[in-house]
Design a protein around this ligand. Sequence first.
Ligand code: CA
Ligand code: CA
Ligand code: CA
Length: 509
Amino acid sequence: MNYRWLLLVGMLATACGTSSTPVFVGADVDVVGAFLLDADASAATDVSAKPDVDSGCGVVTCGDGICASPCEASSDCPQDCAAAIAVDPTVLTWSGMAAGAKQSQNLMIHNEGTEPLIIKSILFTADGPGLTLDAIGGLTNVATSQNAVMLPVPVTVATFGTQVIALTALGVTVQAVTGTLTLYSNDPLATNGKSVPLHVYSDVACPTAKFVIAEGDVVVPQTTLHFNSTASVGSSGTAITKWLWTVTQPPGVAQTFSPSAWTANPKFVVDVTGEYEFCLNVVDTKQLQSCAQACQTVQVVPSDAVHIELLWDTPGAPTPTALGGATGADLDLHFANYLASNPDVDCDGTGDPWFNNPFDCFWFNPSPQWGSANPTIQDDPTLSEDATAGPGPEILDLQTPEGMPDLPRWYAIGAHVNNDHGFGVSNATITVSLFGAVALKIEKILMNSLNMWYVGKLNWPNQLTGTSTPPLTICYQTPGSKPGDVCAGNAKMWQPKGEWCITPNYKIP
Ligand SMILES: [Ca+2]
Ligand SMILES: [Ca+2]
Ligand SMILES: [Ca+2]
């Protein structure tokens, strides 16, 4: 046990004694009613509160003088002919303790009974270092405890007298130490001891986590963010030795820090549209962790006229959010020009746009030349991100769509399960942003291997650019129908409401 005893025995205050000043108390001991004074009439001025113990407990008057009859035990009065312990304060608290600083406080033990109060022992516990019990009365015990210490100290407190326990707290490098002082006495109403909680709160400064993001708080998709945490400071100016970065990403996104989340200045690619919150915790050379993490939010907003994202998860894959390789189902985003025409596999009566070269932009044809041959007219789409497993994303941008009010054009948007790699069904989510705002988001559409989902058509120009045409025409097939029903003749595509237009077993023609 880590404690020690230094003993000096003496009595501070005795029954009928003189009102001597304890040497360790200092001048700031409050007088509490008449009880701080002993039973000596010369020291008390409040006669009504002064007990009469002369008649062998024949007359007992409470401190507040409310007892109706002598020697009547009640909750308001001391029990007949017994000691009664009271403590002041009932909780001892030290706050703002700087490391190494010392501060003493006194705990008053009052005997409110009619018999001498005998403190038989004191249990002193603390859950950390820094608390010492300096003295009880003139008996100067010094015990420093981090464990339970039972002090066998027979100390007597005279009838209506007071003893003082002095305790000292030493500021330490933990944020709080909690202890208890339990006084075991002959008070018949306190047979389990009288407990006084002890709390020491240090002013240990936490390390401060701070960081800046070079790219700011509004960026376009696929921006690489550069974090710099050199403004972080350890407690008392110490150095930072550990970093932990965390991120809250848009649903379905699983990007990670590079080279890792445990470096001072990592990078992070914000792939998709939405809000990201980045937070940093730090640890300094004293192994102290930041009390509050630093956080910053980054809004990822596309700047191009057209920005499309496909994300997916594959519950049957070993890890639904595995990145890269044949570790999950491979879905592909398709974005086709109005000129794209291939065989009518989906049976809607017109040629299909999918897999047309060069007018379907997908992984095989990621940056086609469409529209004007003039490179300053940015009417060519770009599939800037391609993925072979969930969660993706696959991302397509187009800065200046073709189409004028007198010559409107349209684009087809689709998603295809190129190969489920045996992992089964995937849940696909497609988001279409126009001029930086989400215009369409369809979430968690169930897709099997080789399913082709014709999401709909993007019309250009449209209501966003001054015409009456809605920006998007979503493809629905007959309500209640299933994939395959269109070609079976049981359903039709391009209905005003209904099921998603999914064609099964769609192979590259
Ligand atoms: Ca893919
Ligand atoms: Ca067709
Ligand atoms: Ca072009």
